[in-house]
Structure formats: C-alpha cells, structure tokens
Design a protein around this ligand. Structure first.
Ligand SMILES: [Zn+2]
Length: 444
C-alpha cells in the first residue's frame, strides 16, 4: 500500500465540520449537531447504503449509515465520530477557531483533533467504500453522534438505550490514540482499549450552628470539611499495575530501570515525581485510583458557624474496580470521619475491552503498512469516551486513529480541549486510509 500525503476531500469535509461550530456547553440548547448531520448526509449521498437520522431533542441529531453485510454471522464494524466540540476562548488562539484556515499544511480550528478529524475521515472512507461497490460479509456502520462532550446523553448513551438494534456492533472504532510514540525500534501507536471510570461524589458535612463570636467547643461543619479535604489529599492508595498498563510498558522498549519502576506498585508513585510534570501526572493516573476535591459550598454569613458544607470530589476508578471497592477506599481515606459524613455518589465505572482480538490484529496489520516499523501498544484512557456505552452493550471498543510524525503526543495532549487546536493534512490522509483498510480486513 502506498501512502498518500494529502486527501483534499477529507480536508474539505473537516473544514466544513469545523465551520459548523457545534459547540456543546453542556446545556440542552447548545450543540445543534443537526447542522453537521445535514452536512454529512449531503456529503455521503445515497448510493449503496441506508441512512437513518435520530433526533431525541430538537437539534441534537445523530446520523447512522449502513452497508449491510451479506453474511449475518459475520461481525459488524462501527466507525463512530462525534460532531460536537467543546467551547473555546478565542482570546487564547492565534487564529479564528471556527475559520478552519489552512496554514503550513495544518487545518486550524476547534475540533481539529477532538475529533472532527476522525469524524470527517470516517465519512470519506465510508463513501469511498460505498462508491467502490464494497459488498462485505459483515456489516459496516458509520455513526456520527451528538453530545459526546456532555456524557453522550443525547447521542451515544441515548442510542444504546433506545436504538440498540440499529447501533449494535461487534467492533467499534472511535477516538483517540494512534499518535506516534518514538522508540529505538520504530514508532509505537497507542490503542485505547480501556478507560477509567468516574465515581463523582458529593460529601455532605454536618455541624451545629452557632454565633461566630463564641467559637469555643463548637461543632463547625467548615472546620470538619477542611479535615475531610486534607485527608483525601493525603490519601495514598497503593498503585495497581493492571494488564493494560503492563502490556503498554512491555511494548514500549523502555530502558530496564524505567521499565521496572513503571511496573513496581511500591515504587511507581515516587518515580512519577522524577518525570516531566505532564508525563508524571499521566503515569500516576494510569496506575492509581484518584481522589480530587474540586468544589466546596458552605456557610452563610461571617458571624454564623456553619452547620452544612457540601464538597464535590472527582474520583476516577481503574478497570475492574466496583463501587464497593471505592467506598472501601473512601472509608480508609476518611477514617473516623467516614461515619460522620453523608456521601452521595454517581457510579460510571471503568470499561475495558480485550486486547487480543481480531480487531487488534487487523489494526496492527493495517497500521504496520501505513506507518513504517510501527507496532501497537494498548493504553488506558484516563478520561471518558462514548466507547463505554458500546463496551457495556458487548462490543469490543477501541480508541484509535492515525497521526503523522508532525503531530506527537505532547502536541496532541496540549491541543485537546486547549488553544490553537490543529491537525496536519497527512494525518487526515493516513486516517482515511486506515478506516478503509480496516473495513476490508475485518468484514471482507
Ligand atoms: Zn472527543
């Protein structure tokens, strides 16, 4: 396979998606992804496949296109991209974030790497397959979803809950991964095979009200809440070296010293302190359950001793952990205060797919042809994607795409939800070729 360095059709579709600026601020009235569903439907045309639209709330539309397989026993592959983007502060940008300018071989704009680049290239690959008369054994789906940036409420989550027969798939490919991590033996390409879960908690701390002028021997909820925050911050749960992390470290050809420190549960935390800050934070998050106090509400007036403080804690769970595991950790962290507070939690636990699958093998073969000397490594997403809904519905869900050498992990990490988001044209051409080749490998 010869790789092309540019794909004008993918570039053009990406520019149009960026200009639609389907900004999702978390409110129902935002997003308006219908505009990009119209665009994609017009782009895809009608030849050789079925198209369905879903609009559970006005404007919050998703599009599903399907090339039906000839063998009902063959697997179904879904290419899934979201059409919404996160809000932007134009003051931090060097260019207009919704103009989609091309400068020095890069498309600039909100969504260029999260993830309109993939949403666009998946659509182009799907249309080209249809135009070629692709008649696979297995079914190919292309799903452009709304609302990924606000938990998928009106997109993937809604579709899996209400339209599972339509969107059911054995294999799902969506963001992110695929940026080139150089090693002595060629680039390693991370595949997001699992993601951490959330266990967002509100901690209610109660006390007894009194006059602020006489604090002696009072029961001040704010003082107790401060101790709760301090204990959460000081809590040091032991590292957990899970399968994904271990296989990532094994696949990276790290020097022996680094390799051993990364896999030693009693050493990895201290070792993180010696790494560059961004890398230290990521390694820590991949190997630990994290407890981050983020919000405090309490008190009413300077001269009133508060009787109630509400804390919010962003807790992130590792693959395999249950709600009871996390409650046990909270008990350990808070000690005697655990029974003095009330904790309300919202469980959205970690999801993981197997690493050794036919989809992995197909991605590995195709990526090996498109990126010289490359090999895949599994990786754990520390944030969440729509993959979790499909994994829970039984799919093998991976986060992947391809990026050229021009766009390394550091660039990717800073641009994701950040300023000056942009993607190079070669990365778009690579991803488009990836999707088509994987569809052939998995479904033919
Ligand atoms: Zn995204």
């Amino acid at each position: 396979m010869s790789t092309r360095l540019e794909d004008p059709e993918s570039t053009d579709l990406l520019q149009q998606l960026i200009r639609n600026a389907c900004v999702n601020d978390g409110t129902l009235a935002s997003g308006n992804e219908l505009r990009s569903v119209d665009l994609l439907q017009q782009y895809l045309g009608t030849t050789g496949f079925d198209v369905e639209r879903y609009e559970p709330q006005p404007g919050r539309a998703s599009l599903l296109a399907r090339i039906e397989g000839t063998d009902p026993d063959a697997p179904t592959l879904m290419l899934m991209g979201h059409t919404d983007v996160v809000p932007v502060n134009p003051a931090g940008w060097s260019r207009d974030p919704s103009a989609a300018d091309i400068v020095d071989g890069m498309v600039w704009g909100r969504g260029a790497v999260d993830m309109l680049n993939l949403t666009a290239t998946q659509a182009v690959a799907f249309r080209r397959l249809a135009e070629e008369g692709f008649r696979p054994k297995g079914t190919l789906l292309y799903l452009a979803v709304a609302d990924e940036e606000a938990l998928g409420t009106w997109g993937a989550h809604w579709l899996v809950d209400h339209e599972l027969d339509a969107v059911r798939a054995d294999y799902v490919l969506t963001e992110s991964g695929g940026f080139q991590m150089p090693t002595e033996h060629g680039p390693r390409l991370p595949v997001m095979v699992a993601e951490k879960g959330t266990f967002w908690s509100k901690i209610h701390v109660h006390g007894t009200p009194g006059h602020g002028s006489q604090p002696f021997n009072t029961d001040n909820a704010l003082v107790r809440a401060a101790e709760v925050v301090r204990r959460l911050d000081a809590y040091r749960p032991e590292a957990q070296i899970g399968e994904v992390w271990r296989r990532y470290v094994d696949g990276m050809d790290f020097p022996a010293e680094l390799h051993d420190a990364f896999l030693d549960p009693s050493a990895v935390r201290d070792f993180c302190a010696s790494l560059p800050l961004g890398m230290g934070r990521l390694v820590h998050a991949c190997t630990h359950t994290t407890f981050t106090p983020t919000v405090a509400h309490g008190g009413t007036k300077t001269n009133v001793i508060p009787d109630h403080v509400e804390l919010e804690v962003d807790i992130r769970t590792l693959p395999g952990q249950s709600g009871d595991d996390i409650r046990g950790m909270l008990r350990e962290a808070l000690g005697d205060l655990y029974d003095q507070v009330e904790i309300e939690s919202n469980e959205d636990l970690s999801t993981a797919s197997a690493i050794d699958t036919p989809l992995w093998d197909a991605l590995s073969r195709v990526a090996g042809r498109l990126v010289q000397d490359s090999a895949l490594v599994p990786f754990l997403m520390v944030g969440g994607t729509d993959n979790r809904y499909f994994r829970r519905a039984g799919a093998t869900g991976y986060g992947f795409g391809l990026f050229s050498k021009r766009l390394g992990f550091e660039d990717y990490a800073t641009m994701f939800h950040g300023n000056d988001e942009r993607v190079d044209l070669e990365s778009l051409a690579l991803s488009e070729q990836l999707w088509r080749a994987v569809a052939h490998e998995v479904l033919a």
